[in-house]
Design a protein around this ligand. Sequence first.
Ligand code: AMP
Ligand code: ZN
Length: 123
Amino acid sequence: MENCLFCKIAAGSIPSDKVYENEELLVFKDIHPAAPVHLLIIPKQHISTLSDCTGTDAGLLGRMLALVPELAVQQGCQVQQDEHGNRQGGFKTLINSGPDGGQEVYHLHLHMIGGPLPWRGQR
Ligand code: AMP
Ligand code: ZN
């Protein structure tokens, strides 16, 4: 897609801080991180918005989400239990969709936001 920022990042014509890549997906650091860990998971293929997705995209969407636990381990923000059984760590996943959903870049992307609190704008 011409003039799509994330297509240009996927093609390597605009630099990004890549943390993971396979044939289908690319993961890079958000340029304005909202938390100690803030990654964007994108399909290399251009899809504008989640609102354009249908059942035929279920596999792709599932693989985007299923990558998150592996990324969490890589980034050190996986959910773990300490010796008392208390859970620690964690992250949020988010897909902003459309103007009312706060989407700024019209290439499908899954935010993974995590790491130790406090996060920007949160406790
Ligand atoms: P959204 O509001 O869900 O469309 O989020 C777009 C995200 O892309 C924002 O969190 C931006 O900080 C991020 N972003 C914009 N440009 C870049 C870039 N060149 N490299 C990395 N992240 C970017
Ligand atoms: Zn694109």
